[in-house]
Design a protein around this ligand. Structure first.
Ligand code: FAD
Length: 314
């Protein structure tokens, strides 16, 4: 049976949701081993061992592996690949930073952003901004794969008891160093794991109007806030709000698009959402072609009324 090494994204204590989806994908290819690399990451190693369906957890605890510096972690993974047939990472910012380095060091092709596992080396993945699905078969000796988190159900985080093995890598590659992180603190749910998202587009005019219109509706619904690239480029919200081909890929239960026309690059990031609700004043806006519920209205009338009505009925 093929042995699959999955890189675990964690915060030293708990495992990120996208990794649980990557575990499900990996389990459809072969026996799943996890790599928890970090500094002071024993608790994350323990949490990883609890995930259902895992055969082994490697823990590499070294200051060089803090902050998921890809230049240090990729050689560690390559060292473990002599015992594995495939490497799998979630298609998150860090996963997409690490996997290509692993592929280059192994001199194999990377298979990016898979949506399904069709066979031991055959996968589907989106192409042309998700307008076509390619079936890709690899003939490489080792597979390097990133997994779209919204395409696989999450592995159960508790119930397993995999053995933990400490591993030592080559440590600091001396190619990069961690300078600092500016983490945006928010009371709202995180975009990629939110059940409900309220997203605003260019129509919101400016940062203040975006805040005054979109945020109250999101807070009333307990929703995360997202935006189109046009809204981000115009400075209404920071770029970690961007949804789409060059932003985040989301699939909440409910996606409310407000003043977003529905360009293919935006749809690429949200069209797998459960129920899509669109509010736009142009009845020909492409967003209505994929919306389950559409309201043709001026958002500056509709959104405050909707927010007020929801608040009244709470
Ligand atoms: P617009 O297309 O300008 O739409 C605004 C909408 O608001 C219109 O439908 C209009 O009818 C409506 N409107 C205006 N006023 C009101 C009102 N008062 N009430 C109600 N409705 C109103 N875009 C992304 O979103 N994410 C990406 O990741 C992304 N990646 C890209 C990558 C590449 C390589 C390229 C070339 C483009 C990318 N884009 C991306 C940009 C994309 O092509 C569109 O330009 C962008 O999505 C448009 O944003 P929007 O819908 O907010 O703006």
């Amino acid at each position: 049976m093929s042995k699959i090494l999955v890189w675990v994204e964690h915060d030293n204590a708990s495992i990120k949701d996208a990794t649980l989806a990557a575990v499900t994908a990996a389990s459809q290819i072969g026996e799943v081993h996890l790599l928890v690399a970090g500094s002071g990451c024993a608790a994350a190693g323990h949490a990883a061992s609890q995930i259902v369906g895992i055969a082994k957890v490697y823990v590499a605890d070294d200051a060089a592996y803090a902050n998921a510096l890809a230049e240090n972690i990729a050689p560690l993974i390559v060292g473990l690949m002599s015992q594995h047939d495939a490497f799998v990472a979630p298609a998150t910012s860090n996963g997409k930073n690490i996997a290509p380095r692993v592929a280059a060091l192994l001199d194999v092709m990377q298979i990016s952003d898979i949506l399904s596992v069709e066979g031991p080396a055959t996968f589907t993945r989106p192409t042309y901004a998700g307008n076509a699905i390619a079936t890709v078969e690899s003939s490489d000796a080792k597979l390097v794969i990133t997994v779209r988190g919204t395409a696989f159900i999450k592995a159960a985080p508790e119930g397993g008891s995999a053995p933990i093995e400490a591993v030592v890598g080559s440590g600091d590659a001396g190619l990069s160093s961690f300078v600092g992180a500016e983490i945006a603190l928010s009371e709202r749910p995180e975009l990629t794991s939110a059940k409900v998202i309220v997203a605003g587009g260019r129509a919101l005019k400016d940062a203040d109007t975006f805040q005054a219109t979109i945020f109250p509706l999101a807070d009333t619904l307990g929703a995360a806030v997202g935006a189109s690239r046009a809204a981000v480029d115009a400075g209404y919200v920071p770029n970690d709000y961007q949804i789409g081909q060059t932003g985040k890929i989301v699939a909440p239960n409910v996606y409310i698009a407000i003043g977003i026309s529905g360009a293919i690059q935006h749809l690429a990031g949200m069209k797998d959402s459960g129920t899509i609700i669109a509010i736009d004043k142009d009845e020909d806006a492409p967003i209505f072609q994929i919306a389950d519920l559409g309201l043709v209205a001026d958002l500056f009338d509709a959104v405050p009324l909707l927010t007020h009505t929801l608040q009244e009925t709470k």
